[in-house]
Design a protein around this ligand. Structure first.
Ligand code: PLP
Length: 445
């Protein structure tokens, strides 16, 4: 039998030969972790090292790893009905759609896909088709924010406001416009946080008007920008955006791919701001990553416009695997765990605890700002607190490596082109124990 080190080397050699990774190109002394197991908030690599996964994989393992209930739900469902497309129907999808409407606290109809990108693509197509079918034939544009991430496909990437992710892939889908995000840390001196946020909302209205109201189909935004640096808006911001959308007949699409399912301390991120989106997209925490599944929730009266008998009014969009029965069964089991263990409340509690523990660190010479949204945190590193110049990437990477060496996985946001790659991100499982959080804080400090 090979010892752990030799076995790891073998996996890494094969990895290097056969596997193409997301986002990173390993080589020249850098190697991926080969993760072989996980339990709770902890993952184990092929060498037997344990790490607290304070990124929940890619912001998604909300209930934590190793949940038998979810594995059993998949097994039982696969035995009875492993697959059927939603061109017809099946019970797990019906049950889950009903459950999601309960969680959304609104009158929605659910379209299933497999990933966050696909959920957003479906949202864009639904918005354009809806506008067309109510007689608004020229409305095809969408307004988004710089620093936002909405996915990797040609439409979702066009909506994304991070230049480095688009490099070498353009032209993307057309009609996507971007405005300044409500980044309160970089607001002009002397302006209040609220006034700055309202000005950022006004920038959305200005674009809508300047582009021609009759050409704009929708606005897409996350409740708080997550991957772009944990930018949490002032409470007035989103309500103002909603008012602008209503005033101009523009659909408000909220991307809850990360903020949903308890991450923000409420069931959905937008519940913190008292708005009623027209379309809500979700993925990641929907199954806690146990199986791929995403959803596009559409206001019922919008959906009704796809139901009349005029030709081609239905949504002509097929997704072979979207709403896979086993994935739906896992999502239902996942939501059951979240309800039984009150993980939405736990998220709020742990988020407050983490924020309290870290608050004193804002006086550190290289920490410009600490922002949190439920159990989600961004720590913005600067090289100079007066100028707010972002800390160099090498420093950010050193902190991340140093945490890893001490058994803690944390993340960073990314827009290298704009110079913002300086926010450490934390998004631990909502089911983290008190000891997990204590370890996280201790190691990070
Ligand atoms: N929207 C947001 C806010 C995301 O963070 C992501 C992925 O990180 C996506 C959409 C795209 O999701 P996926 O990678 O499942 O396509």
């Amino acid at each position: 039998m090979l010892d752990l080190e030799s076995a790891t080397r073998e996996w890494l050699d094969k990895d290097d030969r056969y596997l193409w990774h997301s986002m990173a190109s390993y080589g020249a002394g850098k190697e991926p972790l080969v993760i072989t197991g996980a339990e709770g908030s902890w993952v184990t690599d092929a060498r037997g090292n344990r790490y607290l996964d304070a990124m929940s994989g890619l912001w998604c393992v909300n209930v934590g790893y190793g949940r038998e209930e979810l594995a059993k739900a998949a097994y039982e469902q696969m035995k009875s009905l492993a697959y059927y497309p939603l061109t017809q129907s099946h019970v797990p999808a019906i049950k889950l759609a009903e459950k999601l409407c309960e969680w959304l606290e609104g009158d929605y109809v659910i379209f299933f896909s497999n990933s966050g990108s696909e959920a957003n693509e479906a949202a864009f197509k639904i918005a354009r088709q809806y506008q067309e079918q109510i007689g608004e034939r020229n409305r095809y544009k969408f307004v988004s924010r710089y620093r936002a991430y909405h996915g990797s496909s040609m439409g979702a990437l066009a909506a994304t406001g991070q230049a480095q992710r688009k490099y070498k892939y353009e032209p993307l889908a057309s009609g996507f416009l971007h405005v300044r995000p409500p980044d309160g840390y970089r607001k002009p001196d002397g302006q209040s946080e609220e006034d700055f946020n309202l000005a950022c909302a006004q920038a959305i209205e200005d674009v809508i008007v300047w582009e021609g109201v009759e050409t704009v189909a929708g606005v897409i935004m996350e409740p708080a920008i997550t991957g772009g640096g944990v930018i949490v808006p002032h409470p007035s911001y989103m309500k103002r955006v909603e008012d602008i959308c209503r005033k101009h007949g523009v659909l408000l699409i909220i991307d809850e791919v990360i903020c949903g399912f308890g991450r923000s301390g409420r069931k959905f991120g937008h519940h913190n701001f008292g708005v009623k989106p027209d379309i809500v997209t979700m993925a990641k925490g929907l199954t806690s990553g146990y199986l791929p599944l995403s959803a596009t929730a559409v206001r019922k009266d919008i959906y009704e416009k796809f139901r009349d008998q005029q030709s081609y009014s239905h949504f002509r969009h097929v997704n072979t695997f979207g709403g896979n029965p086993a994935a739906c069964a896992v999502a239902l089991a996942n939501l059951e765990v979240m309800e039984k263990e009150q993980l939405v409340d736990r998220s709020r509690l742990l988020g407050e605890r983490l924020a309290d523990e870290m608050a004193e660190w804002v006086s550190h010479p290289y920490i410009g700002d600490i922002r949190s949204f439920g159990f989600l945190m961004g720590i913005e590193l600067v090289s100079d607190k007066a100028t707010k110049d972002p800390a160099p990437l090498a420093l950010v990477n050193r902190i991340i490596s140093s945490c890893k060496a001490q058994g803690l996985i944390i993340g960073k946001n990314g827009d290298t082109v704009a110079g913002f790659n300086n926010v450490l991100t934390l998004s631990p499982p909502l089911a983290s124990t008190d000891e997990d959080v204590a370890f996280l804080v201790r190691t990070l400090k």
